[in-house]
Write a protein that binds this ligand. Structure first.
Ligand SMILES: Cc1cc2nc3c(=O)[nH]c(=O)nc-3n(C[C@H](O)[C@H](O)[C@H](O)COP(=O)(O)O)c2cc1C
Length: 148
């Protein structure tokens, strides 16, 4: 069984909901998923010991949140090289964050990123059946990657 950390920022709960669906999908193939708000990640130690990492951030002002930027600098100090990764986020109109987080994980941390790319969902979709399925399928793709 592999252990995946799903760590997210969320101001109004949409990205948090996505995190919950993704965690359900990760667990589908018998993997363990741990959900954490990035504000609960206090030190590098809290990021160690996982086989995979999925990070989520909504878009505010066409950017990641300040908290997510600080979190990614924290994550830089942990060796994530070659670890399985994915990224997601909720948005209304431009939605830059999920891809920004994904790119940092791929190009800076050099992680083994999920083929689907970033999961970017419009907030109106998040809490529909479509949103639930998209989140769960993303989590399944992450969990399924361990079987390759
Ligand atoms: C002040 C403010 C600025 C925002 N800026 C953007 C933006 O630049 N691009 C975008 O796609 N959505 C933007 N949004 C919408 C949020 O990304 C959207 O509400 C998202 O679902 C919030 O996710 P959360 O509930 O996880 O915090 C903004 C929302 C607020 C309140």
């Amino acid at each position: 069984m592999n252990k995946v950390l799903v760590a997210y920022a969320s101001r109004t709960g949409k990205t948090e909901k996505m995190a919950e669906y993704i965690a359900e999908g990760v667990r589908f193939f018998g993997n363990e998923a741990v959900l954490k708000k990035i504000s609960d990640v206090k030190s590098e130690k809290d990021l160690e010991g996982y086989d995979g990492y999925v990070f989520g951030c909504p878009t505010y002002h066409r950017d990641m949140t300040a908290g997510m930027k600080t979190f990614l600098f924290q994550a830089e100090k942990v060796n994530l090289l070659g670890k399985m990764g994915g990224a997601f986020g909720s948005y209304t109109h431009s939605g830059e964050s999920a891809q920004m987080v994904f790119d940092t994980m791929e190009f800076v941390f050099k992680m083994d990123m999920v083929d689907l790319g970033a999961l970017n969902l419009k907030e109106a979709v998040v809490e529909t059946d479509e949103g639930m399925r998209a989140g769960q399928d993303y989590g399944k793709a992450v969990g399924g990657k361990f079987r390759n």
